[in-house]
Design a protein around this ligand. Structure first.
Ligand SMILES: Cc1cc2nc3c(=O)[nH]c(=O)nc-3n(C[C@H](O)[C@H](O)[C@H](O)COP(=O)(O)OP(=O)(O)OC[C@H]3O[C@@H](n4cnc5c(N)ncnc54)[C@H](O)[C@@H]3O)c2cc1C
Length: 395
């Protein structure tokens, strides 16, 4: 990303150049090349951005109509990324591999998995339920004796190179004429229900017709600069890179009854657990003790081959948790006429970015959702105390 010249006035100013901000900026210019867009990012190496630290996986196994539809559209956009993200003949390869998600349940979780499956079937998601015997036949390396059910995505689920998606979106936005601004937003001026002037730490400023908060785990702090509340917290998640001496043929992304997740990653595996002390704003250092304390025992129980595992390395990133209901907050902030949110995706944001960016761009440009109705993610549900209940929240 390069500094642009000072740009005193733009139609849309997006704060945060992770996948959400970059997707929105790209779609704004794809939909309307006449709209002026500035994308402000303080760290152009994305050292702490969630988008660069993610497990970059996509699933269809949600239980709300809106999340299933977002997945369906994002899936189509990931499959065709080389087309719509190409820049002067350079067709980005996101390395998308459709390996599936396998969500496991014991006696307690089985009714929820059945309920989730019924909803997914009603929305034509390609998901099947497996008995322990069927699981054993398909994945002989899996310990199934304490399981009652497994739910496997047969297509449309898998993983990709999240960093590549982020850089391809950024390159496309730049190519389409988005002003790429390196700097940190430190204050905003509010005039009644309008947020008008945005200031950077180096003193530069803009006035914008529309301001969008795409600041990921830092969304609460950015909104507070405009005197607005957003219920988003930055909660650390550690990802372990594991070397397993035994090959596990056709291993999907596994979500275990104990809460750990695991998936293949090149010659290795990556995975993690939900921390027991899940506090906000912890430093971005991996919590290595988690491995022996909780991850390894559960992993070796479910997949005995992992008894001989070696930890290759680990990293940490922030989940941008919507503390109200763990789903995205997308649309106008209810106390403003021009301050939009795309925040709080709670660990499922990178997969939702392609479709959410397009839908919000259409909403900003035309006043209505077109390709995808995201009204169910409206931030006004917080004000109304009406949470969106999603049964399939992971981590
Ligand atoms: C370990 C881990 C695993 C994950 N796995 C998955 C997964 O498998 N599938 C999935 O869908 N999602 C996953 N996620 C979640 C996903 O990565 C996030 O939902 C998504 O990346 C959020 O994108 P974003 O653009 O909103 O935030 P970010 O990528 O964090 O970008 C926000 C940007 O805003 C910038 N910024 C903040 N404040 C300011 C300011 N004041 N001025 C200027 N710039 C500012 C930051 O520097 C940052 O670059 C995972 C996350 C983690 C941490």
């Amino acid at each position: 990303m390069q500094d642009s010249d000072t740009c005193p006035s733009v139609d849309v100013l997006v704060i945060g150049g992770g996948v959400m901000g970059a997707s929105l900026a790209t779609w704004l210019r794809l939909c309307d090349p006449s709209v002026s867009v500035a994308l402000v990012e303080r760290d152009t190496t994305w050292t702490s951005a969630s988008s660069a630290l993610s497990a970059a996986s996509i699933r269809q196994q949600f239980t709300t109509a809106v999340n299933i539809e977002i997945s369906r559209q994002s899936l189509a956009l990931l499959r065709t990324a080389a087309d719509w993200l190409s820049v002067e003949g350079d067709r980005p390869d996101l390395g998308f591999y459709e390996g599936g998600y396998l969500i496991l349940a014991g006696a307690e979780g089985a009714p929820v998995l059945r309920q989730a499956h019924a909803i997914q079937q009603a929305h034509a998601a390609d998901v099947a339920l497996f008995s322990p015997a069927q699981l054993h036949a398909r994945f002989p390396w899996l310990h199934v004796r304490d399981l009652q059910l497994g739910s496997l995505g047969l297509s449309g689920e898998g993983w990709f190179d999240g960093y590549r998606l982020l850089s391809a979106l950024t390159a496309k936005a730049r190519h389409l004429g988005v002003h790429m601004v390196r700097g940190e937003v430190v204050s905003m001026m509010r005039d009644g229900r309008s947020v008008r002037d945005v200031r950077l730490a180096d003193g530069r400023g803009w006035s914008a017709g529309v301001v969008v908060n795409a600041a990921g785990p830092w969304a609460r702090g950015v909104a507070s600069m405009a005197g607005l509340e957003v219920p988003v917290a930055a909660n650390r998640r550690t990802v372990f890179v594991l070397d397993c001496p035994t090959p596990l043929p056709s291993c999907p992304l596994i979500v275990d009854t104990s809460g750990f997740w695991l998936r293949p990653d090149g010659p290795y595996f990556i995975g993690g657990v939900v921390p027991t002390d899940d506090a906000a704003d912890l430093p971005l250092e991996p919590d290595l003790a988690q491995f022996e304390d909780s991850f390894w025992p559960a992993l070796a129980h479910r997949i005995p081959a992992f008894e001989a595992v070696k930890v290759v390395r680990a990293w940490a990133g922030y989940y941008e948790i919507n503390t109200f209901d763990h789903n995205g907050l997308v649309g106008l902030h209810p106390e403003s006429d021009n301050f939009f949110l795309m925040n709080g995706f709670s660990g499922h944001g990178i997969q939702q970015a392609p479709a959410v960016g397009r839908a919000l761009a259409e909403r900003i440009l035309t006043g209505a959702y077109r390709s995808l109705d995201l009204a169910a993610l409206s931030p006004s549900r917080v004000q109304h105390g009406a949470p969106l209940t999603e049964l399939a929240i992971i981590g």
